[in-house]
Design a protein around this ligand. Structure first.
Ligand SMILES: C[S@@+](CC[C@H](N)C(=O)[O-])C[C@H]1O[C@@H](n2cnc3c(N)ncnc32)[C@H](O)[C@@H]1O
Length: 217
């Protein structure tokens, strides 16, 4: 029996969802190339979404870019399973979901220059000062993002949280030797920027967003 998001349905993540517990032991095989999870399609460009939640961005974006592979990394088991099942139900072949801490996976397990875009949409703001170290944007994580991006690759960031935005701007400023900062103005259907669940929810509430692209120098 499944509860919560599954609403009594058994979620099936076969062929789509990868649990970090099933990855090779770090001691035996520290570096893992997620492009291998796409089988014959593994040589196509890879984009990574950090904190993919219910998978709304992936499910709407991936079918528009069939020549790109998308990896969503989500640490909450319920969201991970829901998103992977949703990808399978929609018969989307260019998406995989990994259940893991994305920041750690990128830092410790990803090879250099494996992706073209890192999507970071409405990351948890962790507003309490003692929790700031849990934020996905840190000096170290920006160095790691830079390492796994190919030439000209980009990090796309959107948040509604003013104080986190200030934090991101400060970190981007310190990383100016590694990234150029560009505006992120993409408009999707109904003027959505990226169309994630949180964007739709906050848009209904009339909250303004902040967005930037950090392009690898
Ligand atoms: C506020 S939600 C936004 C979800 C989605 N991006 C959206 O815009 O609808 C943040 C998501 O990121 C996930 N998350 C936060 N930190 C993470 C990390 N280090 N690794 C993987 N997932 C993370 C949370 O579990 C949550 O699902």
């Amino acid at each position: 029996m499944s509860f919560g998001l599954a609403r009594g349905r058994q979620l099936d993540i076969t062929g789509i969802g990868i649990e970090s517990a099933d990855l090779p032991d770090f001691d035996r095989e520290p570096i893992i190339d997620p492009r291998a999870w796409f089988g014959d399609r593994g040589s196509l460009p890879l984009e990574i979404e950090i904190g993919s939640g219910k998978g709304t961005f992936l499910v709407q974006q991936a079918p528009h870019q069939p020549q790109v592979n998308f990896l969503g990394i989500e640490w909450a088991g319920e969201f991970f399973r829901y998103a992977a099942d949703r990808v399978r139900r929609n018969a989307i072949t260019n998406v995989r979901l990994l259940r893991a801490d994305a920041v750690e996976f990128i830092r410790f397990r990803c090879p250099d220059a494996i992706c073209t875009v890192i999507h970071l949409y409405f990351p948890d703001p962790w507003p309490k000062k003692r929790h700031h170290k849990r934020r996905c944007v840190q000096d170290q994580s920006l160095r790691d993002f830079h390492r796994i991006l190919g030439n000209g690759g980009e990090v796309r960031i959107v948040t509604d949280h003013d104080e986190y935005w200030q934090w991101i701007e400060e970190h981007a400023g310190r990383a100016a030797d590694s990234f150029t900062r560009e505006p992120f103005e993409r408009g999707g259907p109904s003027d959505e920027i990226v169309g994630t669940n949180f964007e739709r929810k906050y848009r209904r509430e009339g909250r303004p967003f902040h967005a930037m692209i950090l392009r690898k120098r």
